[in-house]
Write a new protein. Structure first.
Length: 191
């Protein structure tokens, strides 16, 4: 802590010394010829000396007070350091531990997130593959249904063709090529 009072004290002392020298010159002149004006000057010089002495005593008192204040401030700062610094160190260590724990948790979470993201991408890829397979199966099922419907229609067509053909007895000779081309008599079911 910088105190400006010693600087002021030095200035006051320099001014007092200057005035004393001027007064010493005045005293030398007074000692040579004692007149009334010189006696007044001598009285003034003595009054100024007394004033300078009082100022020096006050400056010394202020200096002692400032030194006592400085000692009190140094004691207070030492006490504050003794009380606060250990707790401050503990708090700093706690904050460092908390930050380390937080950073470790963030790194762990980042790794878990990356693993989950990778797993999620794998699941999404598998899901898209399954959707593709499902689409192909639906297409095949549609084709199979169309095939079954076509076969059912063909079966119906075959049944209607059979119903048009005359019923043959097992003892009847098979029809030859000319018999196939012959027109068949119409029955009531053909209309």
């Amino acid at each position: 802590m910088t105190v400006l009072f010693p600087v002021l004290i030095r200035r006051a002392a320099a001014e007092a010394e200057r005035r004393l020298r001027a007064g010493a010159g005045l005293l030398a002149a007074i000692a040579g010829e004692p007149d009334r004006t010189d006696r007044d000057a001598l009285r003034r010089l003595l009054a100024q000396e007394a004033r300078i002495d009082r100022l020096e005593r006050r400056a010394d008192e202020h200096d002692r007070e400032l030194r006592a204040l400085r000692a009190d401030l140094d004691s207070l700062i030492a006490q504050l350091n003794e009380r606060l610094l250990p707790r401050l160190d503990e708090r700093i260590h706690e904050a460092e531990r908390d930050l380390t724990t937080l950073a470790t948790g963030l790194v762990r979470t980042g790794r878990e997130t990356a693993a989950q993201r990778s797993g999620l991408e794998t699941v999404e890829n598998r899901l898209s593959e399954l959707r593709g397979k499902l689409t192909r199966m639906e297409q095949r099922a549609g084709l199979w249904r169309d095939l079954q419907a076509n076969i059912a229609r063909m079966g119906d067509d075959i049944d209607s063709l059979r119903s048009r053909l005359p019923a043959r007895h097992p003892s009847a000779p098979p029809a030859g090529p000319a018999a196939i081309g012959d027109p068949q008599p119409l029955t009531g079911t053909d209309a």
